[in-house]
Design a protein around this ligand. Structure first.
Ligand code: GLN
Length: 541
C-alpha cells in the first residue's frame, strides 16, 4: 500500500468516552476492507506498566502473549481485531522516562542536557513508529490516553504534533473524540465543551481532521454545521457516536456515519469498495436473538468496578452468543458470602465462576462458593486464584487435609497444596516478575478439558506466582480431582477438573485473555453450554 498510515486518536472534554472502542471499531472497518491494522495505546502515567496497579485504579491488567502487563484497552483491540498485541502496543510515560534515563546513565546523550523536548518526545516518537517499521501493518492507530488539557499528556501531544510534520499530511490523521452534552433544562445539545477542547488541541499545535462526538441524542445538521465552523473541520468529518446498546454495535454505527470512508479519503486511499463485515453481523445476530438465558455468578473481590473483570465479562458475551444464549452475569463480592449464607446467593445460579485475584481478602467466600458448586453439581469454572481455591477446597473437604492452603494465604500451612513457584522464591521487585504470558499446555485425552478444546496442544496466557504443588498430585487424583492439562516443559499443573461432576474446571491460566468475537474461547463456550444443560435439568425436576 506504500507508506504506513498513522492515525492518532485524542480525547477531550472528559475521560471515559470510549477512545478504545472507537479506535477498535475504526480498526475493524479498515481490517474489513482488507488492510492490516494494529492499535497501540500511550498512557500518560508514571507507572512503567499497569502491572502494579490495583484494579480499582484502571480496571483489569491485560496480559499479552509476550507477557506484557498492559492497559485493558488492548483487550478490546484483540477482541475486535482477532489479532494478538504485544508489549509494543502499550507504552506509558513511565516506560518512556525509564528508557531515556537508562540511555542517559549509559552516556548515550554524549554530555547533552537531557530535556522533555527533544529527548522525551524523540523517545515517544520512536515508540509511535516502532510497530509501523515492522512492515506488518498498513495502518497504525495510536490512542493517546487521558484528556487534552491534562498536564501529563503534554509531551505525547507535542510528539503527535511533530509526527504530523515528519509523516506528512497524507500519512497522518488526528481524530478527536469529544462529548456533546444534552442539557435537559435547556432541551439542547451543547457544542461549547467541544469547541474548548479543540482550542486546547490547537494550542498544542494539532488541528483535528475528524471529530467523533459522543452524544446521547442524534446530532442535527445545524449542530454539525456549528461544530464544523468553530472547530475548523469539514462538515462530513463531524461524526456522531451515539450511546450503543453493546460495544459490538459501534463498528456498524461508525460505518453508518462513514468514519472509515472519511479516514480513507483524507489519507488519499480508495473508498469505493465496501468493508466485509458479514461475520461480525452474524455474531451480532446471535448476540441479539438469544434462544436461551442463564445466570452466572462471578465471585471476586473487585465487584464494584465491572472493568476489573472486563475480559471475563466480554468472554461471556462471546461464549453466550456462540450458544445463542444470553448470559446474565451477577458479580458477587467474595467478602460478603460465607458457608452460612452462600445458598441465598447461589441457589438460583446456573453456573459459578471464581475469579482471579491476589491476597487473603475474600478467600473464605471463594472457598464457600467452590464448595457449593462442587456439592450441588453446579457448573464451576475457577480462573487462576479461582482454580487455586478449587484445589484448596478439595484438599480440605474431600481429601481431608485440614488447614490445607495456598502459601500465599498461609505460609505456615501443614499442607501447602498451592505453593510459590521455585523461580519466584528470590524475587524482590513486584513489577513484571510474575509468570507472565503464553505458555504451552498439553491436555489429556478423554478429559472435560479435551472435550472442550477438541485438541491436545494449546497455549494460554498466565499471570501468577503460585502453582499447584505436585507433591500432592497423587492424593488429588486418587480422590477424583485430576490434572487434565500440564505444562510440558516444567510439569506444572495448568488445568484441574473433577471426574464426578457435570462441569467443574479450574485453569491456572487466564482463558478470558484470548476470547474474541470471531473466536470465542472454548472454555467459556463450554462453561455456558454446561450452564444451559444444568438449567434444563433443573427445570425438569
Ligand atoms: N495470587 C495468585 C498467584 O499469584 C493468583 C493470581 C491470579 O489470580 N492472577 O498465583
Amino acid at each position: 500500500m506504500g507508506a504506513v498510515k498513522y492515525i492518532f486518536v485524542t480525547g477531550g472534554v472528559t475521560s471515559s468516552l470510549g477512545k478504545g472502542i472507537i479506535s477498535a471499531s475504526l480498526a475493524k472497518l479498515l481490517q474489513a476492507r482488507g488492510y492490516s491494522v494494529t492499535i497501540q495505546k500511550f498512557d500518560p502515567y508514571i507507572n512503567v506498566d499497569p502491572g502494579t496497579l490495583n484494579p480499582y485504579e484502571h480496571g483489569e491488567c491485560y496480559v499479552t502473549n509476550d507477557g506484557a502487563e498492559t492497559d485493558l484497552d488492548l483487550g478490546h483491540y484483540e477482541r475486535f481485531l482477532n489479532i494478538p498485541t504485544s508489549q509494543d502496543n502499550n507504552v506509558t510515560t513511565g516506560r518512556i522516562y525509564y528508557n531515556v534515563i537508562m540511555k542517559e546513565r549509559r552516556g548515550d546523550y554524549l554530555g547533552k542536557t537531557v530535556q522533555v523536548i527533544p529527548h522525551i518526545t524523540d523517545e515517544i516518537k520512536k515508540n509511535f513508529y516502532k510497530l509501523g517499521e515492522s512492515g506488518d501493518y498498513d495502518f497504525i492507530i495510536t490512542e493517546i490516553g487521558g484528556c487534552v488539557g491534562d498536564i501529563e499528556s503534554l509531551p505525547f501531544l507535542e510528539a503527535v504534533r511533530q509526527a504530523r510534520i515528519e509523516l506528512g499530511t497524507s500519512n497522518f490523521l488526528n481524530i478527536h473524540l469529544t462529548l456533546i452534552p444534552f442539557l435537559q433544562a435547556a432541551g439542547e445539545l451543547k457544542t461549547k465543551p467541544t469547541q474548548h477542547s479543540v482550542k486546547q488541541l490547537l494550542e498544542n499545535g494539532i488541528q483535528p481532521d475528524i471529530l467523533v462526538c459522543r452524544s446521547e441524542q442524534h446530532l442535527p445538521q445545524d449542530i454539525r454545521k456549528k461544530l464544523a465552523l468553530f472547530c475548523n473541520v469539514q462538515i462530513n468529518s463531524v461524526i456522531e457516536a451515539l450511546d450503543a446498546e453493546s460495544i459490538y454495535d459501534v463498528p456498524l454505527l461508525m460505518r453508518k456515519e462513514k468514519l472509515d470512508e472519511r479516514v480513507l479519503s483524507k489519507l488519499k486511499l480508495p473508498t469505493k469498495t465496501q468493508p466485509d463485515i458479514d461475520q461480525w453481523k452474524e455474531f451480532l445476530g446471535r448476540l441479539k436473538n438469544p434462544t436461551n438465558e442463564v445466570h452466572i455468578a462471578v465471585i471476586g473481590k473487585y465487584v464494584e468496578l465491572p472493568d476489573a473483570y472486563k475480559s471475563i465479562n466480554e468472554s461471556f458475551v462471546h461464549g453466550g452468543a456462540e450458544n445463542e444464549c444470553k448470559v446474565k452475569v451477577h458479580h458477587i463480592s467474595s467478602e460478603i458470602v460465607s458457608e452460612e449464607n452462600i445458598k441465598e446467593y447461589l441457589e438460583e445460579m446456573d453456573g459459578i465462576l471464581v475469579a482471579p485475584g491476589f491476597g487473603e481478602r475474600g478467600i473464605d467466600g471463594k472457598l464457600a462458593a467452590v464448595k457449593y458448586a462442587r456439592e450441588n453439581n453446579i457448573p464451576f469454572f475457577g480462573i487462576c486464584l479461582g482454580m487455586q481455591c478449587a484445589v484448596v477446597e478439595f484438599a480440605r473437604n474431600v481429601i481431608g487435609l485440614s488447614g490445607a492452603a495456598s502459601t500465599e494465604i498461609n505460609p505456615d500451612t501443614k499442607y501447602p497444596v498451592i505453593d510459590l513457584m521455585e523461580d519466584q522464591k528470590d524475587i524482590e521487585n513486584m513489577g513484571g516478575t510474575m509468570r507472565l504470558g503464553a505458555y504451552a499446555c498439553k491436555i489429556k485425552k478423554g478429559t472435560k478439558a479435551f472435550n472442550t478444546y477438541h485438541k491436545a496442544n494449546i497455549e494460554e496466557r498466565h499471570r501468577h506466582r503460585f502453582e499447584f504443588n505436585n507433591k500432592f498430585l497423587e492424593k488429588f487424583e486418587e480422590n477424583g480431582m485430576i490434572a487434565s492439562g500440564i505444562n510440558p516443559d516444567r510439569n506444572l499443573v495448568e488445568i484441574v477438573e473433577l471426574k464426578d461432576h457435570p462441569w467443574f474446571v479450574g485453569s491456572q491460566f487466564h482463558p478470558e485473555l484470548k476470547s474474541t468475537v470471531l473466536k470465542p474461547h472454548p472454555l467459556f463456550t463450554g462453561f455456558v453450554k454446561a450452564a444451559i444443560e444444568y438449567k434444563k435439568n433443573k427445570n425438569k425436576e
